[in-house]
Design a protein around this ligand. Structure first.
Ligand SMILES: C[S@@+](CC[C@H](N)C(=O)[O-])C[C@H]1O[C@@H](n2cnc3c(N)ncnc32)[C@H](O)[C@@H]1O
Length: 258
């Protein structure tokens, strides 16, 4: 007889219908705040980029409704880096892509709730984005954090960072554009470091990123907590390197590996 004639039973109070549900304004993951804060709902935006062109490049300036330097995050996972960069660098536009729809759903919700009109998330293969969808010379920065190392030698062919991929990055980047990469996999790093240095003026970074000492990405936070070594680097397209030279170099390297 819950709630009937029992005088000791009190029906739990229902919230008034008009009462807004309070969201925590700061979210955390592994104890580290997700960059930005959840804004009131009337400031939310749409950060999902669902419609991709069947052929041709993405109309970057139409997508963002302005011309601004473009930052691209490949294999963005839950979007932590892109969220932080878009929140702290409102003057830059951001595209963040991952092959897995589920992680893009999480990332998009956070981007929407932070009102990040300078950010779009898309479900897309990273190589396809760089080679087919980004216009040549369109991009100021390409970031690639913890690409899958594919430890199993039979899967190595699936690694993202190949000479052809790096040549496509050179093509997509503007003169002086930058390429950022990091991993916690020593074997993959020795390959990446050597390969990237052939396409970019490349510097290995000693120590953590100043803007995110607890980690720029979910994987970096996880690896720091496990006390794993993290290898980071950043390169700049050198003045002598053109898209054509990079494509030729990729062919030479790949032919020599056969
Ligand atoms: C180890 S996680 C790293 C995620 C994030 N960058 C981080 O550091 O936390 C690798 C991510 O790359 C994505 N990925 C793997 N292959 C991809 C591809 N070909 N194109 C785009 N994303 C890919 C995976 O779905 C996964 O989210």
């Amino acid at each position: 007889m819950p709630g009937g004639k029992n005088r000791y039973f009190r029906r739990p109070e229902k919230p008034a219908k008009s009462q807004p549900v309070a969201l925590p304004r700061i979210e955390r993951e592994m104890g580290v705040p997700i960059p930005g804060e959840i804004l009131p709902q009337d400031q939310w935006v749409q950060t999902a980029l669902k419609k991709l062109p069947e052929s041709g490049h993405l109309p970057i300036h139409d997508i963002f409704g302005r011309k601004a330097p473009l930052v691209v995050d490949l294999g963005c996972g839950n979007g932590r880096f892109a969220l932080g960069s878009a929140w702290s660098r409102k003057q830059m536009d951001h595209l963040a892509a991952d092959i897995l729809p589920v992680v893009i759903r999480y990332a998009t919700r956070r981007g929407n709730q932070r009102g990040l009109s300078n950010l779009r998330f898309l479900v897309c293969d990273a190589s396809k984005l760089v080679s087919d969808l980004l216009p040549p010379g369109s991009t100021a920065e390409i970031h690639c954090y913890h690409p899958q190392p594919y430890d199993d030698p039979r899967m190595r062919g699936q690694r993202l960072i190949t000479p052809t991929f790096l040549a496509q990055c050179v093509r997509a980047l503007e003169p002086g554009g930058q390429f950022f990469v990091q991993t916690d996999h020593a074997g993959y790093w020795s390959v990446i470091r050597e390969m990237v240095a052939r396409f970019f003026d490349f510097n290995e970074r000693i120590g953590r990123w100043n803007d995110s000492p607890k980690g720029r990405t979910r994987r970096e936070i996880h690896s720091l907590k496990k006390r794993m070594p993290i290898y980071r680097g950043q390169g700049i397209v050198s003045a002598q390197m053109t898209a054509e030279k990079a494509a030729d170099l990729a062919k030479v390297i790949e032919a020599s590996e056969i």
